[in-house]
Design a protein around this ligand. Structure first.
Ligand code: AMP
Length: 394
């Protein structure tokens, strides 16, 4: 059964075509700069790469082009082979605790929670509608970034603020990266030789966006992003947790609106803000090699924030079987992993520095004597989307 996993942004559309349930990747690619004259369509399949620069005015045109290519490049014989399309949707609010087959009611509900993710949900909906137009008879499934975290208890998800902010406006911790946290925690249990219901796992998803998740017996117990993805640990351009009074203080000092200050916390902080150089971890580590003090501070600050969250989750979980690293930095930057794990000595965690040099492949990178295993696990959100699409289209 062929399933397309889709991640639609406001001007982009990422896709993977998977053969399920084997989980074989048949094709993957991205359409970028949708709406401009020089849109870029890239597709990889069978060891080949096909790239085209052309005008792709809308997501509907991008989808038509993708479907034509799938048949034109002989990746599929006919479009009838496609039996499901799964879409990443960023925010499901409290309405969606699991993935769901999309119908008119679901579309309305996704629209209803769009004020919680005003940039992302409308873009995700554009992708959904474009595929529904092109493949009207195929089951379409929404997979929410927030759904995995809907198992959190009020003591984890409520903020200590006036209660009616929650009842009136839904102000609470939602958490994000749920699809990745779920995939990695399932793989971790498997690598430990345990059932997910037996394992206590901390997942560190460290990419340009970054969050941690405490997974107890297969369920998200707590996570570091909050009402929005701005909360938690320092990221490529996001500050992570700060004293909220700073927002008003800077707004007055720099004569900026609240929106402008929040924009700086989202786009000009984190690695970029502290280093003044770059939001990209590779640039930062190059600067660290040269002894650049601000870059050293940027990577150390993030590592401290991550280690502190791990300590907190160790307490919440009442112990921990494995700490996992995933996403662009977690999978590749051995220096970052070392900085973090070196701060966890009190937990009896010991990194194997040789094994830690691994990149992008599943591996246990702690010493045999370590009290908690350290796992490197490349994430695969698309496979999770395809699994849920398969499950719900039966
Ligand atoms: P993501 O958002 O998961 O795509 O991750 C993006 C981040 O991963 C960027 O900061 C990249 O610099 C970082 N990254 C990707 N590959 C490497 C690598 N080989 N070494 C260090 N960082 C990397």
């Amino acid at each position: 059964m062929k399933i397309i996993a889709v991640n639609a942004g406001s001007s982009s559309l990422k896709f993977q075509l998977l053969d399920m349930p084997k989980e074989t990747l048949l094709a993957s690619g991205v359409v970028e700069r949708i709406g401009l004259n020089d849109s870029i369509f890239t597709i990889k399949y069978n060891g080949e790469r096909n790239k085209e620069i052309t005008s792709i005015p809308t997501h509907s045109v991008a989808v038509e082009m993708l479907l034509e290519k799938l048949v034109g490049l002989n990746i599929l014989k006919t479009l009838n082979e496609i039996e499901g399309v799964g879409h990443r949707v960023v925010h499901g609010g409290e309405l969606f605790k699991d993935s769901v087959v999309i119908n008119a009611e679901v579309i309305k509900a996704i629209e209803d929670v769009s004020d919680l993710a005003p940039l992302h949900n409308p873009a995700n909906l554009t992708g959904i509608k474009a595929f529904q137009e092109a493949l009207p008879n195929v089951t379409t499934v929404a997979v929410f970034d927030t759904a995995f975290h809907q198992t959190m208890d009020p003591v984890e998800y409520m903020y200590s603020v006036p209660y009616d902010w929650y009842t009136k406006y839904g102000v609470r911790k939602y958490g994000f990266h749920g699809t990745s946290h779920k995939y990695v925690s399932l793989r971790a249990a498997d690598m430990l030789g345990k059932k997910p219901e037996e394992a206590k796992i901390i997942v560190c998803h460290i990419g340009n966006g970054a969050s941690l998740c405490a997974v107890k017996y297969g369920k998200s117990m707590d996570t570091s992003m909050g009402f929005t993805p701005l909360a938690g640990i320092a990221m490529g351009t996001r500050s992570g947790d700060i004293d909220p009074a700073i927002v008003q203080f800077i707004s007055q000092k720099e004569n900026k609106t609240l929106d402008e200050v929040i924009h700086e916390l989202n786009q000009k902080s984190g690695y970029l803000g502290l280093s003044g150089l770059s939001s990209d971890s590779r640039d930062l580590w190059e600067a660290v090699e040269r002894g650049d003090k601000k870059s050293i501070l940027a990577v150390e600050k993030q590592a401290k924030m991550i280690a502190d969250y791990i300590g907190a989750y160790y307490i919440s979980l009442e112990g921990c079987d494995a700490i996992c690293f995933t996403a662009g930095i977690g999978e590749n930057a051995s220096e970052t992993r070392k900085l973090i794990v070196d701060r966890l000595k009190a937990l009896g965690v010991e990194l194997d520095y040789e094994k830690n040099l691994t990149r992008g492949e599943e591996k246990i990178i702690s010493k045999d004597s370590s009290k908690i295993k350290i796992l490197l696990i490349p994430t695969n959100e698309e496979v999770m989307i395809a699994r849920d699409t398969l499950r719900l289209s039966k």
